[in-house]
Ligand binder design. Structure first.
Ligand SMILES: Nc1ncnc2c1ncn2[C@@H]1O[C@H](COP(=O)(O)OP(=O)(O)OP(=O)(O)O)[C@@H](O)[C@H]1O
Ligand SMILES: [Mg+2]
Length: 275
């Protein structure tokens, strides 16, 4: 067989290399053949996904299709569900984080998670942020003050709470509580932020604030967000994965998914024909 005929010319090679370099994004989490079971039920089926660094990845799909199961597996929150079991790999920083000997407490500091319902501790705003840091041995008041201010600023909450840091977090509105939960996660200096429907319980103004915040945070963090809100997914994310019945039907640039999806199922879902 004369395989030399298929070889690209020198200029083509150069072009291809340049093109590849331009589209090359660093992968922060490499999900390989990930299956997650609850007992014998396979809720996520051999999922493969390269999650990009400093990008926002949206997970969409109808209720019960496995989005929360998938996102929870990324920081081993499924470990808390006794019937749950994972197969496959999630490579982060060269390590398979599903390995039994992984320190999950340290992992969850690197890969922080915020849930649908804001869940601040029944403590002051200040102590919500310092709680885990103190537990980890940080005692220096000045350092703690600084982390509190920085995290609240990053979560776009500082101006609203700077004069009431020692009031209960439960005195905040739902939208403020959610931003506090984001600040609390950021205080741990994570690399990755996992957000499972972070704005669905919020009013439109708080929702818009969270969206704005996500766009700011992606400069410094890699973000994975589950959302049922299609316009939100198209506004905030760079990549979108469409889940259906435990399968990742399609994973691509958000623009492509929302304008010209490859799969009929994706098209049906985003146009509201089911789900
Ligand atoms: N703790 C659990 N124990 C047993 N089965 C579960 C558990 N959590 C989820 N499941 C099942 O796994 C499947 C996927 O659920 P999951 O919560 O991941 O879906 P989802 O896409 O997040 O849905 P929603 O959009 O409603 O939040 C469903 O069939 C669900 O019933
Ligand atoms: Mg869910």
């Amino acid at each position: 067989m004369n395989y030399t005929a298929d070889r690209p010319t020198e200029t083509e090679t150069e072009e291809t290399i340049l093109k590849k370099a331009a589209s090359h994004k660093e992968i922060v989490l490499d999900v390989k053949d990930l299956s997650i079971f609850y007992g014998s039920k396979e809720a996520v089926k051999r999922a493969n996904m390269g999650i990009e660094k400093n990008a926002v990845t949206a997970l969409i799909g109808p209720s019960g299709c496995g989005k929360s199961t998938f996102i929870r597996s990324i920081n081993r929150m499924n470990d808390l569900i006794p019937s749950s079991r994972a197969e496959g790999e999630i490579i982060y920083d060269g390590l398979n984080i599903l390995r039994k000997d992984i320190n999950v407490v340290a992992l969850r500091a690197e890969i922080g998670m915020v849930f649908q319902k804001p869940n601040p501790f029944p403590k002051s705003i200040y102590n919500n942020i310092t709680h885990a840091l103190k537990y980890n041995g940080q005692k220096d008041k000045q350092a703690l003050d600084q982390i509190v201010e920085e995290s609240l600023r990053k979560a776009a909450l500082w101006d609203e709470v700077k004069d009431r840091l020692h009031q209960s977090a439960l005195s905040l509105s739902g939208g403020q509580q959610q931003r506090l939960c984001i600040a609390r996660t950021l205080a741990m200096e994570p690399q990755i932020l996992l957000l499972d429907e972070p704005a669905s319980a919020l009013d439109p103004v708080s929702n818009a604030k969270i969206e704005e915040l996500i766009l700011q945070l992606k400069e410094d963090y890699s973000i994975v967000i589950v959302t049922h809100n299609m316009s939100q997914a198209s506004r905030v994310s760079d990549k979108t994965a469409f889940f259906f019945n435990g399968d990742i039907v399609e994973y691509d640039d958000t623009k492509k998914i929302f304008t010209n999806p490859s799969e009929t199922k994706t098209e049906e879902y985003i146009s509201g024909r089911f789900g």
